[in-house]
Write a protein that binds this ligand. Sequence first.
Ligand SMILES: [Zn+2]
Length: 125
Amino acid sequence: MVTKKNSKGPELTAKEIKQIEAWLLEERKKIQQSILAKKENDMPEVEVGDDIDIASQSLDKEVLFELNSSAHANLDQIESALRRISKGIYGICESCRQPIPKKRILAIPFARYCINCQSSNEKIK
Ligand SMILES: [Zn+2]
């Protein structure tokens, strides 16, 4: 079998996109579950009220908040990747409209930009 060489480099096949979609749906489920689990644990039982406990409690709250906000950020990225799959524009850089290299997509399935645009975005910040 002869493999066609594409000058633009390897692009995602429909099958690969399906696999990524399945993975994204799985990840979304996991994150949603972890958010729900954290909500249930959000009210820690208070037993002793000395200074050390209060300090560690507020620390726990901060950690929980951090975890929750990063979970929500991940969820947003996954949702938007799923939306791009359903629109048929998955794997296309949102900035320069060029296909994102497959290697990058497989490493970061919710990447929205190619490496060039991503790094120039980071320079602006
Ligand atoms: Zn780009």
